[in-house]
Design a protein around this ligand. Structure first.
Ligand SMILES: [Zn+2]
Length: 296
């Protein structure tokens, strides 16, 4: 008997023996989502959107073979004016948002409204790539699907679901026949798409992983690959956080340090606080690295 779990803090790929022109992916985040967001004191509706954006970013990151960061940023006209999610090719996630008072707003349209979404692939080696689409949907799921429609050559669709404990996703993508010739088996893409569309928010949130894929697609003989583990972590360093001070310019920085004994920079992603005192002023105003790049 095959072991059919729901995943935890993992993204996973699947192929179907009886739908050779398709691939599937699932993502399910629990603890890693809490580790990432709980310290940020976000109102619950923003937390939900942020978690969904991260889940989508995990899927986008895992669709590519690359070494680096996948970054998805939303700029909105509503009280949530910025939201950003990152997933590295090593499975490290982080996210944050900027918001004003949201009142009784709860939906994507109320909180974010019009704006745009930027999807950035930032490889350690090679060119950075960015695709930008306007926000023309009332959900994170809709925005990502709009991005696929505008930029992907391949038929691709994502479903997202979240509850208090979990955020989860299912992606289907049509892959071209090898070498342009007809695949030896007939396409079952239409069947697969129809089956995928029957997924409910509840079963997606609770079962995402091999369990969900088997439930939905068992007639197409799905095979799962090993899960790819996702965890929260932050790439901030003292050197990187100092750029926020340096960006103010020499005059401003000198004035700031003249007015107060030390200057602090908070990392919104992880909550770390970097403190700079008078002894740091010299290197802050130069191109030198910090005295010590250890975290405070
Ligand atoms: Zn950080």
């Amino acid at each position: 008997m095959i072991d059919l779990p729901a995943d935890h803090d993992a993204v996973r790929k699947y192929l179907c023996d009886d739908a050779p022109d398709a691939r599937l992916m699932t993502v399910k985040l629990g603890q890693s989502k809490d580790d990432m967001l709980d310290h940020q004191k976000m109102p619950t509706p923003i937390k939900t959107l942020c978690a969904e954006l991260v889940a989508a970013t995990c899927v986008l990151a895992h669709m590519l073979k690359f070494d680096g960061e996948m970054i998805v940023q939303i700029k909105g006209a509503g009280p949530v004016n910025m939201m950003v999610a990152e997933c590295s090719s090593k499975g490290r996630i982080r996210a944050t948002a900027q918001w004003d008072d949201i009142g009784h707003y709860t939906t994507f349209s109320e909180l974010i409204g019009k704006g745009y979404m930027a999807v950035t692939v930032d490889p350690k080696q090679g060119e950075r790539y960015q695709g930008i689409v306007p926000l023309e949907s009332g959900s994170i799921e809709g925005c990502i699907n709009h991005y696929f429609d505008s930029s992907e050559q391949l038929d691709t669709k994502l479903w997202l679901s979240s509850d208090v404990a979990t955020v989860a996703g299912l992606l289907i993508q049509r892959i071209p026949d090898e070498g342009g010739s007809r695949a030896s088996k007939p396409s079952n893409w239409e069947t697969l798409s129809t089956l995928a569309a029957t997924v409910t928010k509840e079963e997606l949130a609770s079962d995402a992983g091999p369990l969900l894929v088997y439930k939905l697609f068992h007639e197409l003989s799905p095979r799962s690959f090993d899960p790819f583990s996702i965890h929260f972590g932050c790439s901030c360093t003292r050197e990187r956080s100092s750029r926020a001070i340096r960006a103010l310019g020499e005059t401003e920085v000198k004035q700031l340090f003249a007015e107060q004994p030390s200057v602090t920079v908070d990392c919104h992603f992880c909550g770390r606080v970097y403190q700079y005192d008078q002894a740091d002023l010299e290197w802050l105003l130069s191109d030198q690295p910090p005295r010590s790049d250890t975290l405070q």
